[in-house]
Design a protein around this ligand. Structure first.
Ligand SMILES: Nc1ncnc2c1ncn2[C@@H]1O[C@H](COP(=O)(O)OP(=O)(O)OP(=O)(O)O)[C@@H](O)[C@H]1O
Ligand SMILES: [Mg+2]
Length: 432
């Protein structure tokens, strides 16, 4: 019988093998053993879409539970009910722990040993709808006491934190600071969200506590991690993969975890007879199918949400030699001021499309996005000269060719020839 496809190209679903996330998981383990005074007892995981935040939070839940900790998790929402929802999750988490303790108490007949009936606790019948706002503090305190009574602590996690209702997040920050930092209650907190959270929920003046907590940026997987993430799940079920196919598959992902799952999934599906393993051809077709899914599920939706100006900057950027691009080159191409481009780049970093690099450089988060923009969106460049540029050949290459053919031509003449801005031609020629 054909084994089930092990890959999970679905957002929020744990991959068959989680690679490249040992460091944040180790930081959590250490914080759990040291307690709320440890700097990593509060962490913010930040990354663009599809890099594995939700899955990492899930792995953290597993570690906490394996160590007997109580987990309260919520996905943030901008609604005013967010604070109530979070409170509700904490009440439920406490109830589950109390039920477990009572069962154990009955089983071991050690009534009264675990003093979990805390004075400030809420009655189990109370729900978030009946809770006045002050009750978040009480619920958190009761949860911490119940966990402490069983010799453990609490891990509170919030996903999609960039989306959190600011009042609710502020209230939670205040309570967390009070209970974990001032009263040393064993409450650890991890939030995950898009980089834009720095400018939304964290930018609020009441959020100083969160602004200062440890950042855990998660990035693309390394080449070795990518190869492991593809090869191990295949080998674990006794199937083989050709070494060239593995290299091709891993390069096609640029280390983007969602793409890793897509490429693995489709290559597996393309293999006719798994007894012969996955070969180069299966992978080639698998990569095409993965690129198509990536376009539909990630690139197009992200693109649709961008402003016309942002789209034009990306279209220009995709013509420059990459992957790293200088912002002043983009400015030159579009005939704009570098400061102006900086504003666009900041917005595109927040949207999870670009990554900022040192020395005024930037790059696409997803290499697949650069390829897609380059081949589909060139018509967007409004600059009359640039819109002529062939999408097949990089502008820099065209300038280089023209320079070699006409070494004495002025920058302006070459600019007219290739359809670029003269200052950009000048810069490219100076570097030749
Ligand atoms: N470390 C990893 N190794 C291999 N695959 C991974 C890893 N992390 C995540 N994935 C896979 O990548 C995909 C995206 O993961 P996840 O949903 O956690 O991303 P996310 O950052 O939460 O995305 P979003 O911002 O859209 O919520 C899933 O298919 C998941 O199985
Ligand atoms: Mg997620």
């Amino acid at each position: 019988m054909r084994p089930d496809n092990p890959f999970k190209p679905t957002f929020g679903v744990a991959p068959p093998v989680l690679v490249g996330r040992d460091e944040p998981l180790e930081r959590l383990r250490v914080a759990m053993s040291v307690g709320p005074s440890h700097p990593d007892s509060t962490m913010l995981i930040s990354s663009p879409r599809g890099l594995g935040k939700t899955v990492l939070l899930g792995a953290m839940h597993d570690i906490a539970r394996e160590n007997g900790w109580v987990v309260a998790h919520v996905t943030a929402s901008p609604s005013a009910t967010f604070a109530g929802l979070l409170t509700d999750k904490m009440i439920r988490a406490r109830r589950v722990r109390r039920d477990k303790l009572s069962r154990r108490r009955v089983e071991t007949a050690s009534v009264g040993v675990l003093g979990f009936n805390v004075g400030v606790g809420l009655s189990d019948e109370q729900t978030s709808e009946s809770l006045p706002r002050l009750e978040m503090f009480t619920a958190m305190e009761a949860l911490a006491e119940t966990a402490e009574a069983s010799g453990s602590g609490v891990l509170v996690t919030i996903d999609e934190f960039h989306n959190a209702n600011v009042d609710g997040a502020r209230e939670f920050a205040h309570n967390l600071q009070e209970l974990s930092k001032l009263e040393s209650r064993p409450i650890l907190f991890v939030a995950a969200g898009l980089p834009v959270m720095e400018d939304t929920v964290l930018a609020d003046s009441g959020m100083t506590f969160f602004q200062r907590i440890a950042r855990t940026p998660i990035g693309p997987l390394t080449e070795l991690e990518t190869r492991l993430a593809i090869a191990e799940p295949i080998r674990d079920v006794g199937v083989g993969i050709d070494p060239y196919a593995l290299t091709e598959a891993s390069e096609a992902t640029s280390g983007y975890p969602f793409m890793v799952q897509l490429v693995g999934y489709h290559s597996w599906e393309c293999a006719q007879d798994l007894a012969n393993g996955i070969d180069y051809n299966d992978t080639r077709i698998g990569i095409d199918m993965a690129n198509h899914s990536m376009e539909l599920q990630v690139l197009r939706p992200v693109w649709r949400d961008l402003s016309d100006g942002d789209q034009e900057v990306l279209a220009a950027m995709s013509l420059l030699e990459g992957p790293e691009v200088r912002q002043r080159d983009i400015a030159d191409m579009l005939g704009k001021k570098p400061n102006n481009i900086n504003v666009y780049v900041s917005r595109l970093v927040d949207a999870g499309v670009l990554t900022r690099l040192p020395k005024g450089r930037t790059t696409f988060v997803h290499e697949a996005m650069r390829r897609w923009v380059r081949s589909h969106q060139q018509h967007l460049i409004r600059s009359p000269t640039l819109s002529e540029v062939s999408s097949k050949k990089l502008l820099r290459e065209q300038i280089t060719d023209a320079h070699h053919k006409h070494p004495n031509a002025t920058h302006k003449a070459i600019a007219d020839l290739v359809g670029a801005h003269p200052s950009y031609v000048g810069r490219v020629r100076r570097e030749l």
